[in-house]
Design a protein around this ligand. Sequence first.
Ligand code: TMP
Length: 400
Amino acid sequence: MSKCNITKKKIDAFMTFGKMPLANGFLKKIDFKKEKFYNLDVGFNEKISLFQVLGVPKFSNTVYKNYPFFTNKSVYMIRHFKKCAKWIKNNFLDFKSNLIEIGSNDGTMIKNFNNSSINAIGVDPAPNVVSFARKNGVKTYNIFFNSKNIYKLKKYYKSTKVIYAANVFCHIKDLIDVIKCVDYLLSSDGYFIFEEPYLGSMYKNISYDQLYDEHIYMFSASSILRIFQLYDFELIDIQSQITHGGSVRYIISRKNKNLIKKNVNKFLKYEDLNNISNIEGCLKFKNDCEMSRELILNKIKKLKKKNKSICGYAATAKSTTVLNYCGVGNELIECIYDTSEEKIGKYSPGMHIPILPMKDFKKSNFDYAYLFAWNHKKEIFGKEKKFKKKGGKWLCHVKI
Ligand code: TMP
């Protein structure tokens, strides 16, 4: 493995979203004074076309002590992972292959391999989700996936056919350390398959709320190609996914082991043409974000002038970026409804909007609901038809 660590290069910020608390730092009233903030600045590493959040605070790892997100809360994600497991099984695995999922959460994906010949195991740092996964019969290592801990997986040394990760790679600051661990575990004919929110989709949707202390990188085909080719790996295929408002699944193998699918070149050309692989795209994005903030603030303020009531729907990590960047507090959005026990009764990070149980949303009479979980709109619109029937309207900075 090469020794150079590209992600440690000092990058200048091209934009700041200002003072930001931890995206999942939902807190009690008595903890308001102790709340910590950092500056959410973003930059672009031109050498490897990598869009990244700069200066992620050290205290951000504390979220994994009691991770507030369970994959099985979304029926769409359950379905997505079922389909994905079938696709992996049919295309990449052999009888009795080893499969490791990084960031396996509550075991929703790995569970699909229960009662099969595949030896599928999960790795996740959060004890609460791991304990749930284990109860579901999913063998899970409760560790951070890094070179300090990798010896705990030594029985899978160079013998893992597939290493899979969904919405995980962009959370890990030291990408090169992950690649080293993948190199340690992967068989010579193995595949590293991972899916992440796509930079091109974030630009298109102006969904700047994808950026927060846990989402450190926004990847593209150009960045993934450049990062992995430095480490004797190769991007061999790429697929668009509809999850999280537009994601991409990358398939990586060791160099010169597989033919490279035409899709890879198609993506690279598209990204060059649309400034996704260069700094031009970043500068346009900065302008777009500023305009988006002005538009949504004006809209909310106009509605309040007309005495319209507004609540939030789903206290997502993403909502923290929107509320703090736009400076929206509970004078504009009275409360946020959410299904997570861990968040109910607490307040939103930074702007301190109360989080109320989702069951009360149905009984409420708000004129507008700000959809913070816009990436789950299909599922939510499906189950909240009554809100519209009662005359309620949805609101969002992203086109929904
Ligand atoms: P995340 O996007 O940061 O992972 O957070 C998702 C949050 O949204 C989680 O707290 C649960 C909440 N949620 C609802 O309350 N209702 C829903 O229908 C969905 C899809 C999510």
